[in-house]
Design a protein around this ligand. Sequence first.
Ligand code: FAD
Ligand code: UDP
Length: 410
Amino acid sequence: MTNYDVLVIGAGFAGAVTAGELARRGGKRVLVLERRGHVGGNAYDRLDPFGVLIHQYGPHIFHTNDRRVFDYLSQYTAWNGYQHRVVANVPDESGKPHQRRQYPVPFNLTSLEEAFGEAEGKRLGEKLMAAYGAEKKVTILELRQNPDPEISALADYVYDHVFVRYTMKQWGQRPEDIDPNTTARVPIFLSRDDRYFQDQYQGLPTEGYTPIFEKILDHPNITVETDCDALERLTLADGAVCLDGERFDGPVIYTGQADELFGFRFGPLPYRTLDFEFETWVERVPGRLTPRGCVAMSEGDFYQTHGTVNYTVDRPYTRITEFKHMTLQELPGVTTIVKEFSKPYSAAPGEIPYYAIINAGNNALYAQYQAEAERYPGLYLLGRLAEYKYYNMDAIVGRALTLADELLGV
Ligand code: FAD
Ligand code: UDP
């Protein structure tokens, strides 16, 4: 192992960015071990057999206010300027079967008018702005605390139509029983801005995410081994890390599950996983998209109106994403969508732990693993899995840059 100065486990954003920076800025020789057959972690994208650029592990929209993160990634990609817009798709309450309505999510001033009619929606919007201020974001849990009967009735409406059933599908729990920061990611927004994110920098990489990883990791000081489960080659004992039976004294940056690293000795950390169902629709009759021979409802080259449509009231899946809206790929007559079905992570073969379930009990369990990791002076837990946090891509890139600074003494 004397050939390498640093060992990185996982080639998602956490691992790739750290490896790239230590190699480029520090001249370090880095070995990256990745369990999957590709780099990119959950941000991995690829062309499907129909030539549609898809995100294999669910839709990834880059957004940040962190200038350093944006500038860093912009060395490796240009951006397509896509602004994410999401609608909630709900059954129409008129009782007509198959009749559905859509309104913007985060629920905003336009959503109010869609839900309650123009005049009533406007009046309610003004009332909310008088209470909280124009352009303000209010979480659903906060709105439900409002003592004004009209505002609290409105809060109940939004809770019922946007949050409760989607959250039950996604987490198996009600909004008030999960970490409040989770529903706070999608607040009620007292604005006409119907974008999902208001961050200064957002978009998708023009050529996709995977080339970013390939470029970051393409450096003479970096060796990447895919299809390699690091835990089959690592042993941790008495404060020392060994790789392939030899002691490794350099930094070890671990971006996998903390519980797995230590053989689940304090018990497994709970996660949610997702089943993704991809469907490709092709235009056989002009103006009609058809999946496997059925006639579709939508027209033209697109399956749905927006990049992501959330099913906040019914349907077994949480949301449907249509990649072409987001990637801006020009591909007439064919489109691929993905439906997301959430369930508890059971560690069955092939299952991926996508979401940490943040609560006091699970955080305390995680803290035991973290304390164990601290017994190894060169070991760093970094990333959404290793830190057991609900991090977006930009947060992970920012943390990786900071860890690289720290290791390089910057
Ligand atoms: P990962 O991407 O999970 O990478 C960890 C890597 O470590 C994996 O490749 C894994 O195979 C590897 N690994 C684990 N154990 C081992 C081992 N023993 N040996 C070798 N390799 C190992 N963020 C956004 O900013 N915008 C979005 O729109 C967005 N959408 C998302 C949608 C979904 C469905 C999900 C699940 C996440 C989304 N995210 C989004 C979050 C984003 O995926 C994460 O912030 C980011 O991928 C975290 O990077 P990471 O390197 O920490 O983890
Ligand atoms: N949420 C909801 N209805 C929606 C959108 C979000 O109830 O239409 C809640 C739900 O609990 C979800 C959380 O807000 O898990 C965070 O949503 P986000 O879109 O940020 O989730 P992610 O893209 O990370 O899965």
